[in-house]
Design a binder for this molecule. Structure first.
Ligand code: AMP
Ligand code: GLY
Length: 426
């Protein structure tokens, strides 16, 4: 079969790597992809992931049999519905939820109300718009610091503020409702701060049944010891030690099952990944956020640990018989270390050549490209803040870490930075 994968990050390179291992796949297209997805049986197509008409033309011209959606943007914009409602496309399965399902990520207020309706544990909250400034200020006064303010809509990962004092929280909330993130912060969720260690849990669902993928922990801050600015993610590890059988049983009973059943009971079409951003509050899992896609850089470790044929699972999603498919997990540990551009997550240069000549990656290490591209001379250059994810297997976490750190040292580009403490806290 022929598959089209949308997206261009490390997540998509990891999905492409996994999809290409399937004997069911004849050809994989990635739109737009990166310099890593342009090789090894993959074809990049210069199309934006939200150019629905361009995607339709490509799908029809190439006879594509399945669409797999990496990032949230096309899902929140309704690519699933676009395919479902188009007579020429409706027979082609889309792995990813409908627009209504993607609201779990596209609207924080929708997600909170959904959790409330289905009794799913999460932080206490209220949502306010610009007409409720006084009420919002009074609500803030009832909370203990620090204060958590979330723009309702998508803000490319920048819409959550954690503010230490009441004074600052009031100011930030006024600014958010005043248009700090445009339309995305026309409504703001104000919620209770939860403390604990975070863990990302992923399922693939056909809307009835679900398969739980390996969990992972990502490292969001730029600096070692989890300091400095938030980033898209500086690395990930899987498995996560505290996510043991007992904890995962709570996650499944209290969070995963009520979510999948809740979507079905509300007639929300959901055939794709659900990403549960969880926090471990003294042994009790709570939901920090939902995403309607896989995580990045979590995918760069989760895919290493998925032994099953992912395309077989996708077919189960498409045919609505996921319950009959088997999922097998690799017992080994996986660690991903992200190489980023100097200056990231602030301003950084692009177009710097990447020298891989010193790289000696054994069979246990996979180099996933993220922000990379070919320049006019065909040289692989940096093209984003997060440049490459170095993912390794190990029989222990330490072994996997050391393999990734060794290769992280060997890749060379001007300004390269990575955290040397990925996994060190666990
Ligand atoms: P999000 O953009 O929703 O992923 O939120 C960004 C980060 O903010 C999360 O990964 C958490 O680290 C943190 N965060 C969000 N909500 C809360 C909360 N209620 N309590 C503590 N930390 C939070
Ligand atoms: N790693 C967090 C995310 O993908 O949103």
């Amino acid at each position: 079969m022929k598959i089209l994968l949308l997206g261009s990050g490390g997540r998509e390179h990891a999905l492409a790597w996994k999809i290409l291992q399937s004997p069911k796949v004849d050809k994989l297209f990635v739109a737009p992809g990166n310099a890593g997805t342009a090789v090894g049986g993959c074809v990049n197509v210069a199309l934006k992931a939200d150019d629905f008409e361009g995607i339709k033309r490509l799908v029809l011209a190439e006879g594509i049999d399945m669409l797999v959606v990496g990032p949230e943007d096309p899902l929140v914009k309704g690519i699933y519905d676009y395919f479902r409602d188009d007579t020429e496309l409706s027979h082609i399965p889309v792995i990813g939820p409908s627009r209504a399902g993607a609201e779990l990520e596209g609207s924080k207020d929708f997600a909170k109300r959904f959790m409330h309706r289905h009794g799913i544990p999460t932080a206490a909250y209220r949502t306010f718009d610009g007409t409720q400034l006084d009420e919002a200020m009074s609500f803030l006064e009832t909370l203990a610091p620090p204060y958590v303010l979330k723009a309702d809509g998508l803000c490319a990962g920048k819409g959550v503020l954690i503010v230490p004092t009441l004074e600052e929280a009031k100011q930030e909330l006024r600014d958010m409702l005043g248009g700090m993130f445009g339309q995305a912060s026309a409504r703001v969720v104000v919620e209770e701060f939860l403390s604990g260690v975070e863990c990302s849990v992923f399922v693939l669902t056909d809307g009835k049944d679900y398969k739980i993928l390996p969990e992972a922990k990502d490292y969001k801050r730029i600096g070692e010891g989890d300091t400095g600015l938030n980033t898209g993610g500086m690395g990930s590890v899987s498995p996560v030690p505290f996510a043991d059988e007992e904890w995962m049983r709570k996650v499944e009973e209290r969070i995963i099952r009520p979510t999948v059943e809740g979507l079905a009971s509300e007639n929300i079409d959901y055939k794709g990944f659900i990403f549960f951003g969880l926090i471990n509050c003294s042994g009790e899992p709570k939901v920090i956020e939902y995403n309607c896609r896989m995580g990045d850089p979590e995918t760069e470790t989760v895919m290493l640990r998925l032994k099953s044929d992912i395309v077989d699972l996708f077919e189960g999603v498409a045919e609505g018989n996921l319950g009959q498919r088997k999922i097998q997990i690799d017992e080994r540990h996986a660690v991903c270390v992200m190489l980023v551009s100097g200056g990231y997550p602030g301003t950084y240069a692009k177009g710097l050549p990447i020298d891989m000549s010193g790289v000696q990656a054994g069979a246990n290490t996979i180099v996933f490209h993220a922000g990379t591209a070919f320049n006019a001379d065909g040289v692989v250059v940096t093209a984003g803040g997060r440049v490459m994810g170095i993912s390794s297997y190990g029989s222990t976490q330490n072994e996997a870490m050391n393999r990734s750190f060794a290769v992280a040292e060997q890749v060379a580009f001007e300004g390269k930075y990575f955290r040397h403490d990925i996994g060190a806290d666990l």
